[in-house]
Design a protein. Structure first.
Ligand code: GLY
Length: 338
């Protein structure tokens, strides 16, 4: 099967059956699998042959401690520079494994089977990996492209509803950033149809990955345009830091709705476009009220450890399918919500 995308000429992204693709993609030599247990969903005799490293579930394991656990297990297993590392799981597994593999012995080759919608449309594609430090998201990591990413939409049939919805937030995000046709298709469908129609889902996954792949092609290391992929994320990260009630996708939905409101107040987005964004997110089942007071979120953003010399890069939607990045101080950002 031909890859759907070849990101940076080094990372092939496939949309199709993981079981079939893996037979072709895995190298002849030694392979070690890292997973959170979702591997059961993809059971394939091929994988049973390999040593595996199991890590826990949830954002709380996205830490340096987990990376160290993986390193120790790699040492126990005698992993060397020629070993290929395969991560099987959602965005947390691929982020942590990508980091461990790209730093162990100064870098091993690795690939991903992405088993969640959020992983398929966002986290596993584009070469960012990393861990959180003291709850601050993705504070340590590298930009290293996986050799391949396999996105198998059929694996999503058994994904819990809440996790599936979380991925839709990143799909809506991609549509707002650069694909008005994808946005319209999402408006014309329903949560239930997306859950049931694997072919439709595969098409929309492809469209969302295209948005990301095109941007990463032009700006791999987030010197400029890649910042657009953080639409809704400044607020989302503050939500995730302040409350454990929402997962990443749910927080991105709230952050996207809030920033659309700010963009209208700034005069860069039409109110009717904000209404379309809010209507789509609500129809997909997202709760759009922040789970903690706005004041607390803004205070958290003021402490943002990733701000560049005191400035934030805020992504503002300017239309359905277009957005701009503005440099603002945390105070200027807070003023948008006064
Ligand atoms: N998730 C945003 C990025 O990969 O740049």
């Amino acid at each position: 099967m031909k890859p759907a995308f070849n990101v940076r000429n080094s990372s092939k992204v496939y949309i199709g059956s993981a079981a079939e693709l893996l037979s072709d993609l895995l190298p002849e030599g030694r392979v070690v699998v890292v997973s959170d247990g979702t591997i059961d969903r993809l059971y394939h005799p091929l994988l049973a042959r390999y040593d595996s490293v199991l890590i826990g579930l949830g954002e709380s394991i996205k830490t340096l401690q987990t990376v160290e656990t993986i390193y120790r297990r790699f040492i126990e297993l005698g992993v060397d520079r020629s070993t290929f590392v395969l991560a099987v799981g959602g965005g947390i597994v691929t982020d942590v494994t990508g980091f461990a593999a790209s730093t162990f012995m100064r870098g091993l080759k690795f690939g991903f089977v992405s088993t969640t919608l959020l992983g398929q449309v966002d986290a596993s594609v584009g070469g960012k990996n990393g861990v959180n430090i003291d709850g601050y998201k993705n504070m340590a990591g590298t930009f290293t492209q996986p050799q391949f990413v396999v996105c198998d939409p059929s694996l999503l049939r058994t994904l819990p509803e809440r996790e599936f919805r979380a991925g839709l937030a990143e799909m809506v995000k991609a549509a707002i950033i650069a694909d008005p046709a994808l946005f319209e298709r999402l408006e014309q469908t329903s949560f239930e149809a997306l859950r049931q129609d694997t072919e439709l889902l595969a098409e929309l996954i492809r469209a969302a990955i295209r948005v990301k792949a095109d941007i990463v092609e032009r700006d791999e290391c987030e010197a400029g345009e890649r910042r657009k992929l953080n639409l809704g994320h400044t607020l989302a990260h503050a939500i995730e830091k302040s409350s454990n009630r929402m997962n990443h996708g749910e927080a991105v939905a709230v952050g996207t709705a809030l920033i659309a409101g700010a963009a209208v107040r700034l005069g860069v987005l039409k109110e009717e476009d904000r209404q379309r964004i809010v209507a789509l997110l609500s129809r997909l089942g997202f709760e759009l009220n922040p789970p903690v007071e706005m004041k607390r979120l803004l205070k958290e953003i003021g402490k943002d450890k990733k701000s560049e010399r005191g400035f934030l890069h805020i992504v503002l939607p300017v239309a359905i399918g277009d957005c701009e990045v503005r440099k603002m101080s945390p105070e200027e950002f807070a003023a948008l919500f006064a």
